[in-house]
Design a protein around this ligand. Structure first.
Ligand SMILES: Cc1cc2nc3c(=O)[nH]c(=O)nc-3n(C[C@H](O)[C@H](O)[C@H](O)COP(=O)(O)O)c2cc1C
Length: 177
């Protein structure tokens, strides 16, 4: 039986959704059966034998809807192979102190489930896309503080390489496609 994999994501600004789509495409091109869905659309996990869950980082944390999803489904996610990834801007900087913070953002996830793999990727941030003036200003200040220009810093090669490394951990050994 082919392993069916759910790639699900929380992505207020759309960058994490793009990462999830790239992960889904890579898994599918390797022969897996994959659904890529917003975390807000997923209620039933029974069709899947493996999971990849991703979230944007806001304020050093996963999005609340992604945390709620993991809490709600943690029984299933503990039993099935589950990989997690996060998308943030600190990784796009050249500041090693900032980068050291990034793995710690998985701690609340690790207290709920035992992921078979963790991936951290640089994301994208365009303050002008956010509707409220206060958000635009706050995000410009954030970018200035971490000395980064607005833009898309997603590293598609890194995302595909991680997906290749994760794929055998998700697809069961007896699965011959
Ligand atoms: C309100 C807000 C807070 C953010 N806080 C952080 C942060 O604490 N650390 C970080 O590295 N990136 C932070 N970012 C950058 C996002 O993680 C990055 O832009 C990511 O690609 C957003 O993904 P999305 O487009 O899927 O929402 C923040 C972005 C926003 C909009």
């Amino acid at each position: 039986m082919t392993t069916k994999i759910l790639v699900t994501f929380a992505s207020p600004g759309g960058a994490t959704a793009g990462v999830a789509a790239a992960i889904g495409q890579k898994l599918a091109s390797a022969g897996a059966e994959v659904d890529v869905r917003s975390i807000n659309e997923v209620t039933d996990l029974s069709a899947y034998q493996a999971f990849i869950i991703g979230s944007a980082i806001h304020g050093g944390r996963w999005m609340p809807e992604a945390m709620a999803f993991i809490e709600r489904h943690h029984d299933i996610l503990q039993q099935m192979p589950t990989a997690v990834f996060q998308v943030c801007m600190m990784l796009a900087t050249h500041n090693e102190q900032y980068k050291k913070l990034v793995p710690g953002w998985f701690a609340p996830i690790r207290s709920q489930i035992r992921p078979v793999a963790e991936g951290s990727f640089s994301g994208a941030l365009q303050p002008g896309k956010y509707p409220k003036l206060i958000e635009k200003l706050g995000l410009r200040i954030f970018l200035a503080a971490i000395k980064l220009k607005a833009g898309d810093y997603r590293d598609w090669d890194a995302i595909r390489t991680w997906t290749d490394s994760v794929s055998p951990l998700l697809i069961s050994k007896g699965d011959n496609g």
